[in-house]
Design a protein around this ligand. Structure first.
Ligand SMILES: Cc1cc2nc3c(=O)[nH]c(=O)nc-3n(C[C@H](O)[C@H](O)[C@H](O)COP(=O)(O)OP(=O)(O)OC[C@H]3O[C@@H](n4cnc5c(N)ncnc54)[C@H](O)[C@@H]3O)c2cc1C
Length: 146
């Protein structure tokens, strides 16, 4: 368990998602800064602080594929440490074979109904925003995963 204070301190220091566009609160720097962060975590012997996952895997999904509204809503908090992110792909019966996931996200008017189970999710217990792999077309295989 990494407490929230640590995330907030990392945010204050500019250690969270430094690549994010300054208009969403980031520093707008290149990937080299993420590499330095990851090297320094290893140098300090810290294997439990899933900052690289937040910085370089989860939040890039929002920055790359999110709508303008989603970016404005989530990115500033991900930079400050107020929002901790996670990526939920693995399920109790599905790991490597991601196309076999059972979780569904089905359209219901102007929203989606999300049903299923996830496991082994790093930052999961701490997270405020989660990128979830789900089948939006359960009849299709990998093509139906969103
Ligand atoms: C520390 C940690 C953190 C994690 N964090 C996350 C997370 O944040 N989000 C998330 O979604 N998941 C997370 N996971 C889960 C991780 O993604 C899965 O464990 C991984 O996808 C493997 O799935 P599995 O454990 O079901 O193993 P399996 O897929 O059942 O694989 C078991 C073994 O079979 C081998 N194998 C599988 N398929 C084949 C094949 N077709 N041919 C040959 N060999 C094969 C594998 O190499 C492995 O040795 C985390 C796991 C760990 C250990």
């Amino acid at each position: 368990m990494v407490d929230r204070e640590t995330w907030l301190k990392a945010g204050e220091q500019g250690f969270l998602c430094p690549w994010v566009d300054p208009k969403y609160g980031g520093l707008g720097v290149d990937f080299g800064y993420s590499v330095i962060m990851n090297e320094e975590l290893v140098r300090a012997g810290s294997s439990g602080f899933a900052l690289p996952l937040h910085n370089d895997i989860c939040v890039p999904y929002i920055a790359t594929f999110g709508s303008e509204e989603q970016k404005k809503r989530w990115l500033p908090g991900c930079v400050s440490g107020k929002l901790i992110s996670a990526l939920a792909m693995t399920e109790p019966n599905t790991g490597s074979d991601l196309a076999a996931i059972k979780t569904t996200a089905l359209r219901d008017g102007d929203h989606y109904l999300l049903n299923g189970q996830k496991t082994f999710i790093s930052n999961g217990i701490l997270s405020d925003v989660v990128v979830v792999a789900a089948k939006t077309d359960p009849k299709s295989s990998h093509g139906g995963v969103s």
